[in-house]
Design a protein around this ligand. Structure first.
Ligand code: LLP
Length: 421
């Protein structure tokens, strides 16, 4: 469920007409709904109660500080994977004790910054990283709380580029080697073992792979406890999928996911951490774009938009589907036709949809890409020297630009000429 609905024939974000935002900000732009962000966050916290838990929003899916503050003010924790994300979480006012640091290659500078600024735990992905964290913590006269990310060798049944839980993936320490890794962690004076971490992939549309992984985590918890380790937290990662089409997909609901967590891990008395990104941010955002031209090709018609693969790369990168709907509602029974929906960037990969049945649109019409809140703006680039797309946050009948579109001058001024030119 989201808060993007037609009112009097115009698509709104909550109580704001997208046409009003377009008139102020220009197109393309991303727009996010506070009500949807809040609702999706609450679905998890309500479903996990009464287990002790912390929902750590995966910042990588949508990292604007205004969004982070919206969630942080509700009590959300944050899952970060870089110095930049850590600093964004802090800039949003989230205290270190609600930030978990994931990621496969944390640099010494990142580890130091997090230890100095405060951190709930590092999710450690390799033995060398574990040793580095211990050394840096000792040099700062502190002890680093860690969980070890284990790789459970489970097939997440998702797109190969976003599956992370098979032994051939670069992530985590193989579960078979976990006992030795925990023994080493316990022997390192700069570390305090607090738990186990697992994350098997993104956009999962079934519970079974999660359940298989969590059962392995439950077993490992018992084994590690028997070996004398204090396992008080289980970080279960993110990955719950969202429906990208209104019709046929029905991924499990947060309440079903939480019930399965309770069933598989509830008896262990651990604090549960989860790291959802997409489920909170995905359907909280739209990308709004204008039709530049309608071009009649040979046997097919093209809708050429002012948004391109640099603004929303998911269709080009993962063959991802995003619903594309007109901002001015089509009349019931109005004719439709198949279009190839493309951007202006100079490669064929700059295609959002092929032969998509759409109302008859014309130059100047606005369209909205649904489910674009997650991995949309954060993956945007300035390819083809197209300035980064701006972001807008709506709350009720208010909206604010939360990231400006850079001017061409600002974009070009970042390039510097060497002294010999
Ligand atoms: N935790 C860890 C350690 C992760 O690596 C990820 C996502 C998450 C949590 C959040 O997963 P989510 O709940 O959002 O599925 N760019 C791709 C998705 C990459 C996901 C990477 N890791 C896409 O556009 O589909």
């Amino acid at each position: 469920m989201d808060h993007f609905l037609y009112k009097a024939g115009i698509l709104h974000a909550e109580d704001v007409a997208l046409t009003d935002i377009a008139a102020r900000v220009g197109t393309p732009f991303y727009v996010y709904s506070t009500a949807t962000l809040t609702r999706h966050f609450s679905l998890f916290t309500e479903a996990l109660a009464p287990l002790p838990h912390l929902v750590c929003f995966a910042i990588k899916s949508l990292s604007n500080v205004a969004v982070l503050k919206t969630l942080g003010d509700l009590g959300a924790g944050m899952d970060v994977v870089s110095m930049g994300e850590y600093l964004r979480a802090r800039a949003a006012g989230v205290p270190g004790e609600r930030i978990v640091f994931s990621g496969v290659g944390k640099t010494p500078a990142e580890i130091r910054t997090a230890l100095e600024g405060g951190i709930r735990q590092f999710n450690v992905e390799s033995e060398p990283e574990m040793r580095a964290i211990s050394e840096i913590a000792l040099s700062l006269g502190t002890v680093a709380p860690i969980a070890i990310r284990v790789n459970p060798d489970v097939d997440a049944h998702t797109h190969a580029k976003i599956a992370t839980g098979k032994s051939e993936n670069k992530f985590g320490i193989p579960i078979a080697k976990a006992i030795a890794a925990y023994a080493e962690a316990a022997s390192l004076p700069g570390l305090k073992v607090v738990g186990i971490d697992v994350h098997i992939g993104s956009q999962l549309t079934e519970l079974a792979p999660f359940e298989a992984a969590f059962r392995k985590v439950a077993e490992l918890t018992e084994t590690l406890r028997a070996a004398g380790h204090q396992i008080t937290r289980l970080d279960l990662g993110g990955g719950l999928g969202i429906p990208y089409t209104r019709s046929n997909e029905a991924p499990p609901l947060p309440v079903e996911y939480a019930a399965m967590i309770k069933r598989t891990l509830g008896h262990l008395g651990c604090e549960i951490e989860i790291e959802p990104g997409r489920l909170i941010s995905g359907n909280s955002g739209l990308l709004v774009s204008e039709v530049i031209y309608v071009k009649n090709g040979e046997g097919r018609d093209f809708l050429i938009l002012d948004a391109a693969m640099n603004d929303l790369v998911r269709p080009s990168m993962y063959d991802a589907h995003h619903d594309i709907i007109p901002v001015t509602e089509a009349a019931p029974g109005a004719p439709t036709q198949p279009f190839d929906v493309v951007g202006p960037v100079c490669e064929t990969g700059d295609t959002f949809a092929k032969q998509r049945e759409m109302p008859l649109l014309a130059s100047g019409d606005l369209v909205a890409f649904r489910s674009a809140g997650a991995y949309g703006a954060v993956m945007a680039s300035e390819y083809n020297s197209r300035p980064l797309v701006p972001e807008v946050l709506v709350r009720g009948d208010q909206f604010a630009v939360i990231r400006e579109r850079p001017t061409y001058e600002e974009m070009i001024a970042r390039d510097k000429l060497p002294q010999w030119l």
